[in-house]
Design a protein around this ligand. Structure first.
Ligand SMILES: Nc1ncnc2c1ncn2[C@@H]1O[C@H](COP(=O)(O)OP(=O)(O)OP(=O)(O)O)[C@@H](O)[C@H]1O
Ligand SMILES: [Mg+2]
Length: 291
C-alpha cells in the first residue's frame, strides 16, 4: 500500500495552510509533529477526503482518492481534532450510529461494536451516556469509531489531547497493537507521545514538511549542537537572546543548568549532550528571544 501526496496546497483566503507538500507513505506509524497552526489538521482533512486542496493530489496505489471515492472511504478511519460527541448517546448507540453511516449492519454490527468497546476498554461503560465520560474515555470512544471498518488508513488528529499519563500509556499500547499492515498518521504537538509509537516522524512547519525520518535519523542531524551549561540565574535573559534555550533546571539558589543549541562549543565548560526528540523539536520551533 502506498499513499502519495503530490504538490498539495491549501489556502484559506490569503493564508497558505499547506504549501506544495509532497509525501510518500507506506505501512507504518507516522507522527505528524508541529506547532499550533502549522497545518496538521488541514493536511489530515485533505487526506481524509473531507477538504479539497487548491492544487495537487493524493493518490492511493497510483489512483487519485477523489476518483476512488467509496472504495477509499471504506478503507479509511478518521478521528477529527474537534469531534462532536453526541452527548446524549450511550457509547454503544454512538458506535451503532457510526456503523449505520459506514454501512456496517446485520449481526456484524453488534459483533464489531462489542469487540471495539472491549478493545478500548469501555465495554462495562457501554450503556452510559457520553456526557458522563471523562476526556480520556471520549478519546477512546473516538478511536473505536475510527476503527469500526477496520481501516487500512487511519488518521488520528491529536488523539492524546487531554489524556492523563495513564491514558496516554494505554493509547500507546493500542497504537502499537494496531500498527500492523496499516498506514497510521497521527498529529500531535506533544513530543513525549512519539518516542514509543512512531516509526517515522514528520515535522511540519508553516504548511511544509521540514524534516522526515526515524527518531535516530532526526537526532543524528543535530548531534554535536546540543550543550549543557551551568549559568548564573540572572544571565538567562541575555543567553536567550543569543541561543535557543531548551530545558533549564535549578542547580542551587544562584545557578541553573540549561540546555542550549550552538553549532560550536559555546563556553569552555559546556558539556556536549546526546540529542533527544525534544531537542529536535526545539531546533525547528525554538526561537532566540528578541526582547
Ligand atoms: N477554516 C479556516 N479558515 C481560515 N483559516 C484557517 C482555517 N482552518 C485553519 N486555518 C489557518 O490555517 C493554518 C493551519 O491551521 P491548522 O488547523 O491546519 O493547523 P494545526 O497544525 O492543526 O494547528 P493545531 O496544532 O492548533 O491544531 C492556521 O494559520 C489557521 O489559522
Ligand atoms: Mg490541528
Amino acid at each position: 500500500m502506498k499513499l502519495e501526496i503530490i504538490g498539495l496546497t491549501k489556502k484559506y483566503g490569503e493564508k497558505t495552510a499547506v504549501n506544495n507538500l509532497n509525501l510518500s507513505l507506506t505501512c507504518g506509524v507516522y507522527a505528524l509533529l508541529g506547532a499550533n497552526g502549522s497545518g496538521k489538521t488541514t493536511l489530515m482533512r485533505m487526506i481524509a477526503g473531507v477538504l479539497r486542496p487548491n492544487s495537487g493530489k493524493i493518490c492511493l496505489n497510483g489512483k487519485e482518492i477523489g476518483k476512488l471515492d467509496a472504495e477509499y472511504r471504506n478503507i479509511l478511519g478518521y478521528l477529527p481534532q474537534n469531534f462532536g460527541y453526541y452527548k446524549d448517546f450511550s457509547a454503544e448507540d454512538f458506535l451503532y450510529y457510526f456503523c449505520a453511516l459506514k454501512g456496517i449492519d446485520g449481526t456484524y454490527r453488534k459483533e464489531r461494536t462489542e469487540e471495539l468497546l472491549k478493545y478500548v476498554d469501555l465495554y462495562s461503560e457501554r450503556k452510559k451516556k457520553i456526557k458522563t465520560f471523562s476526556g480520556g474515555m471520549r478519546q477512546r470512544l473516538g478511536i473505536a469509531q475510527a476503527l469500526l471498518n477496520n481501516p487500512s488508513i487511519l488518521i488520528l488528529d491529536e488523539p492524546t489531547a487531554g489524556l492523563d499519563p495513564k491514558e496516554r500509556i494505554r493509547f500507546r499500547n493500542l497504537m502499537t497493537e494496531m500498527s500492523k499492515d496499516r498506514i497510521i498518521i497521527y498529529a500531535t504537538h506533544i513530543v513525549s507521545d512519539i518516542s514509543f509509537i512512531a516509526d517515522q516522524i514528520l515535522i511540519m512547519k508553516k504548511g511544509e514538511i521540514v524534516a522526515e525520518g526515524a527518531m535516530k535519523e532526526l537526532t543524528d542531524k543535530i548531534r554535536g549542537t546540543v550543550w549543557n551549561v551551568k549559568i548564573k540565574k540572572e544571565t538567562l535573559a541575555t543567553m536567550q537572546k543569543q541561543f535557543i534555550i531548551g530545558e533549564a533546571v535549578a542547580e542551587s539558589n544562584d545557578y541553573i543548568s540549561v540546555r542550549l543549541f550552538s553549532a560550536e562549543k559555546p563556553f569552555e565548560d559546556a558539556k556536549s549532550c546526546e540529542p533527544d526528540l525534544n531537542d529536535v523539536y526545539l531546533s525547528y520551533f525554538g526561537e532566540v528571544s528578541n526582547q
